[in-house]
Design a protein. Sequence first.
Length: 308
Amino acid sequence: MKTTTKGFIPVMLTPFQNDGSIDFPALTKLTNFYLEAGASGLFANCLSSEMFELNDEERLAIIAHVLEVTQGAVPVVATGTFGGPIPQQAEFVRRVHDLGTDAVILISGLLADEQDSDEVFNDRVTELLNLTEHIPLGFYECPVPYKRLISPEQLRSFVGTGRVIYHKDTCLDLKQVKEKLSVTDNAHFGLYDAYMVHAVDSLKAGSAGLSCIQGNFSPELIVWLCENYDSSDEQVQKVQQFLIDNMDVMHNVYPIVSKYFLQKRGLNISTFTRRNVGVLTPEIYKEVENLYSNYSQLKEELDLKAVY
């Protein structure tokens, strides 16, 4: 899934009511928030969405709601594999596709066990491709249940089928990213990098864009980076360094911390999460206050129009 310019694909949060039920009005506002910030696509029902804490019907309802809000304004991809026999996974892939998604995402760590060889993984992918006919697919090297990286040669083979159009890369290795890009030169395929440490270099190397949790704090900054990465302006390095310097606080008790940050920005969203990631301690609150202050200052320096 490649756009004509570098793009930002948010890994969407799921807003919940304080009783744990899905907050669909807040999901509407959140979806529009991403769009107004300049997102070029949306990744619904992903790890940031707490997809493993949702049941199948909730997953489908969330995806359908996002599609209803976007009305085709941007491509929407969504996860369609949650373990079990490949025919079972293929059936859910078809259900996700039938909602109207532009690609259905396969979790690499759910297609083969951690001890399984690449050959086993490749065979499972081939089986799933055969069972899902024409459906456009993508990969996500999700860290849960374990991170299974896809090698450049494997990715070349999968993209070569014409069916794989999206890849969310989490290898954290710029050399490997460049190798993947060099063997997947396809007008319909896009590699989206999740790692902010080398974001600018990845974009310069040919990545289609970025897909990172930092976009659940300040999506406008990620969009700005995608639009300005090739500039020699020192502000480009300043934005990337800001994202690097604040990586720890953004990952701490995530996604609770991002929901709290969005609250501070003015979005009506509860910090409730179904995933057990810890709590906002006084120390974390202080770190978020500093993050918000530094973000506000950077936003002013860039003359960046924020949605909230």
